[in-house]
Write a protein that binds this ligand. Structure first.
Ligand SMILES: N[C@@H](CCC(=O)N[C@@H](CS)C(=O)NCC(=O)O)C(=O)O
Length: 205
């Protein structure tokens, strides 16, 4: 049994979709970050970094979206969410690493500027850059990384639920999706999948 610690509307949506997609036996534990629950001792014992998602597996707790997605895919091999060759696997890991370390961090500057500066004017000044940076990331993904129809090509993989977050972040930052038709088509295809709809139903606020 796996337990996903999540907060509604956060990046925990990606592993949540994947758990649904692979038909995992899992439970959910809500950690509402708008109430500061991530900083409370109960959750700090699970993830001392104070972030969601976290996944409790039989062997221990896994944090960081790329690692969580990779683990879910690896323990549900029959669902074939991992690319087969070492090269394709490396490409998929690079894709998820880009979403984690560059794209998500670019989005975090919108609401989490206090991580980088205590100066409230500087925090406000960071916000207009978020749309520019997300648009730049969307351009890279549209032109170079998204093979189509799925992130890695013909087969849905553990990259796809993570990529689903980008248009949601873009919408929050006021970035139009229309200039990125391949990304828009991916988003629409994701929204048509029962696993995505099941996870989204939990994340409604
Ligand atoms: N690199 C981490 C980022 C996790 C992260 O920043 N999660 C956000 C929600 S999307 C969070 O928990 N924020 C709470 C906070 O900043 O206090 C991952 O990929 O799992």
């Amino acid at each position: 049994m796996l337990t996903l610690y999540y907060s509604k509307g956060t990046s925990a949506l990606a592993p949540h979709i994947l758990l649904e997609e692979v038909g995992a036996d899992y439970a959910l534990k809500e950690v509402p970050i708008d109430t500061g629950a991530q900083a409370q001792p109960a959750f700090q014992q699970v993830n001392p970094k104070g972030r969601v998602p976290a996944l409790k597996a039989p062997e221990g707790v896994i944090t960081e979206n790329p690692a969580i997605l990779g683990y879910i895919a690896a323990v549900h091999r029959d669902a074939q969410m991992l690319p087969e060759t070492p090269f394709d696997r490396a490409r998929a890991e690079a894709f998820n690493a880009y979403l984690c370390a560059t794209v998500h961090v670019a989005f975090a500057h919108m609401a989490r500027g206090a991580r980088w500066t205590d100066d409230t004017d500087a925090q406000a000044a960071l916000k207009p850059k978020v749309a520019d940076n997300l648009a730049e990331c969307a351009e890279v993904i549209e032109k170079h990384l998204l093979k189509g129809p799925w992130a890695m090509g013909d087969r849905y993989t553990y990259c796809d639920p993570y990529l689903f977050l980008l248009p949601r972040w873009m919408a929050k930052a006021g970035v139009e999706i229309a200039p990125y038709p391949r990304l828009a088509a991916h988003h629409a295809a994701m929204q048509a999948r029962p696993a995505t709809l099941a996870a989204l139903a939990v994340h409604q606020v």
